[in-house]
Design a protein around this ligand. Structure first.
Ligand code: PLP
Length: 378
């Protein structure tokens, strides 16, 4: 099998699984219980939370564990909007967000919030002038992803935050960092709120992180018992938290070295695929190398995906969460419906080998020639 869909999800690393199993076996107590088993679990929980807080250089109280990035995005947008509605009802989001952000925006619109969509340039970079123009006195939140999930376009969050705060110091910046963490370096201090998930960084499915700077007014969305993780009460998911802490620690090791390696693999694929007349490469200078998005001029991307599957090669048409729709991100960058309706996302990781890339390229050629040939015979 050749797995080239690391942006959809990643296999759980062996070390992370070990941590999960150990926490499950050796720490059965509810971390909210006051007896010794509970205290033992609570101590482990505190230590895992502390590790994560120190990796991002933030306070433990600024972190909430969620079920994944979708839930973290819900917290970030809804919790912040509800708490700040007395100051305004206007939000700005980019045109390169994950579908979950747009669905939350639809809900917020139904509550009376107004959403503006900031433009981007032909590289996928947020248009700073448009952003400045859109920020108003009543803009309470801007949400811009760190790395786009379909093309890998990466935004300069620090600069974006400076622009926002200069226009309106009371506007908060949220970033969905799901596709950035573990691939490229990120800094929670570049934003006021952030979301991410463990299953994209070789961690387990079912746990995400929501970061909220302590200064951001916030309305909790979930009510219940348990003081720890106070924005998401209930029994702490101790093994998942421990595994997430381990996955984050491992993901941040050698991040630059791994990025350089992935970059070489990406360059090799681009050089090869550029030779095909029927392929568009949707990769600009701000895209991270872990993703390579392409479009077919004459072939349905779904057909190509299933043909690759015959060789046990796995890729995506666009993000795993919206695989049947037009690629909104490719549309936002290239403004071409044909190009946006036939996208294929090849995603790499530091585990991808040169041999896998070569095999993929060989199979790609065979399938391409066959499907293009069939087109010509039509
Ligand atoms: N945000 C981005 C940028 C993503 O790529 C994804 C998953 O593809 C999500 C959010 C949703 O993450 P989760 O599956 O953890 O809810």
């Amino acid at each position: 099998m050749i797995y080239l869909d690391y942006s959809a999800t990643t296999p759980v690393s062996y070390d992370v699984l070990e941590s999960y199993l150990q926490a499950t076996k050796d720490f059965p107590g509810n971390a909210n219980s006051i007896h010794s088993l509970g205290v033992k679990s609570k101590t482990l929980l505190n230590s895992a939370t502390k590790q994560i807080a120190s990796l991002f250089n933030v306070l433990e109280s600024e972190l909430t564990f969620t079920s994944g990035a979708t839930m973290s995005n819900n917290y970030a947008l809804i919790g912040t909007c509800l708490a700040n509605m007395k100051f305004g009802n206007h939000l700005i989001v980019s045109k390169l967000e994950h579908p979950s952000i747009y669905q939350i925006c639809n809900y917020l619109e139904s509550l009376g919030f107004e959403i503006s969509y900031v433009d981007n340039n032909e590289d996928g970079l947020v248009d700073f002038e448009d952003l400045k123009r859109l920020i108003r006195k009543d803009t309470i939140l801007v949400s811009i992803c760190a790395v786009n999930s379909e093309t890998g376009a990466r935004q300069p969050l620090k600069m974006i935050r400076q622009i926002i705060k200069k226009e309106n110091p009371y506007t908060f910046l949220h970033s969905d960092m799901t596709q950035a963490i573990g691939k490229v370096s990120v800094n929670f201090h570049d934003v006021d709120l952030a979301s991410c998930t463990a299953h994209k960084i070789f961690g387990p499915k079912g746990i995400g992180l929501f970061y909220k700077n302590s200064k951001v007014p916030f309305t909790p969305l979930i009510y219940g018992t348990g003081k720890w993780n106070n924005l998401n009460p209930g029994t702490p998911a101790l093994p998942l938290v421990v595994a997430f802490a381990k996955a984050l620690r491992l993901a941040m090791q050698d991040i630059d070295k791994r990025e350089n390696f992935v970059s070489r693999l990406n360059d090799r694929i681009v050089r090869e695929l550029e030779r095909y007349d029927g392929v568009w490469i949707n990769h600009t200078k701000i895209c991270i190398p872990h993703m390579l998005n392409i479009s077919f001029k004459n072939i349905k991307s779904e057909t190509f995906l299933h043909a690759l599957e015959e060789y046990e090669i796995y890729v995506s048409t666009n993000t795993a969460c919206s695989s049947k729709e037009l690629s909104t991100s490719v549309m936002a960058i290239y403004n071409d419906k044909k190009r946006a309706s036939s996208t294929l996302r090849i995603s790499l990781s530091y585990l991808t080998t040169t041999d896998e890339v070569n095999k993929f390229l060989n199979c790609f050629r065979v399938i391409y020639e066959k499907l293009e040939g069939l087109k010509k015979e039509d």
